[in-house]
Design a protein around this ligand. Structure first.
Ligand SMILES: Cc1cc2nc3c(=O)[nH]c(=O)nc-3n(C[C@H](O)[C@H](O)[C@H](O)COP(=O)(O)O)c2cc1C
Length: 228
């Protein structure tokens, strides 16, 4: 059976580099028998997480009943996800950050956090101007961290710098071949990523239904504090 892949277009502008990346990736995935959903963040109004913690009760879910809640449920079950986005002030555009904050509705070990599976793959394609490599690595780590909470245990990134006008991506063959390789990897059985880069998500794997080690450690040290 074909893989189920969700493409998130995080660019606020129409007809730019991210749109060109999406066209390429979607075509390639469909040619390989995948079923593809494209979610354009700019076409949705996503209510921001207000930290009410309603989603942390046993039977409760997110108080917001917009399309993002359904997208997050689909993301929770898909085989692969790819974010295609510009870099805005060293990170994802604010609209994408608002969407990712909503993943918190799934951050609930009482309801069973998924153990991140290396077979569920996530990635990012960043089109950007001139920010240095360390900035891009941090931005990619952030994206990997968010998808990891939805159970994606493998991650890779493709960087397309010097995208100074809307057509840069479409003019540079190397960018297109890098994106094509990432797309193949997303639906392949190979869990080693192509870039060989580490995005930090391997550091704190946790077992299904249990707390992530970092949270358990924080809770322990909190309990050992003297109370006033
Ligand atoms: C609000 C804003 C902030 C930006 N911040 C950065 C940045 O921090 N680093 C960078 O390299 N490029 C930055 N850029 C350039 C965009 O990342 C670049 O133009 C990108 O190719 C746009 O992608 P798109 O064509 O898919 O919309 C910024 C652009 C805008 C509009």
């Amino acid at each position: 059976m074909g893989k189920n892949v969700i493409l998130i277009n995080g660019s606020p502008r129409n007809g730019g580099n991210s749109d060109a990346v999406i066209d390429l990736v979607k075509r390639q995935l469909e040619q390989n028998g995948a079923s593809v959903e494209v979610y354009r963040v700019r076409e949705h109004t996503v209510a921001p997480c207000v930290g009410c913690d309603n989603c942390k009760n046993d039977d409760e879910v997110c108080i917001h009943k917009d399309g993002a809640a359904e997208l997050i449920e689909r993301l929770y079950k898909a085989d692969s996800v790819l974010l295609i986005a510009p870099l805005y002030y060293t990170s994802v555009p604010g609209t994408v950050k608002v969407l990712f904050d909503r993943f918190y509705a799934r951050y609930n070990f009482k309801k069973g956090l998924k153990t991140p599976s290396p077979m569920r793959k996530a990635g990012v394609v960043f089109c950007y101007g001139g920010s240095p490599a360390d900035v891009l690595h941090r931005a990619a780590e952030y994206v990997a961290y968010c998808f990891r909470d939805l159970g994606y245990g493998s991650f890779d990134a493709v960087l397309c710098p010097m995208c100074t006008d809307k057509t840069t991506f479409s003019r540079i063959d190397k960018y297109q071949s890098n994106v094509a390789a990432l797309t193949d990897w997303l639906i392949s059985g190979n869990t080693d990523n192509i870039s060989g880069a580490s995005f930090g998500i391997e550091r704190d794997r946790f077992a299904e239904g249990s707390e992530p080690p970092a949270i358990a450690a924080a809770r322990q040290s909190e309990n050992s504090q003297p109370t006033l």
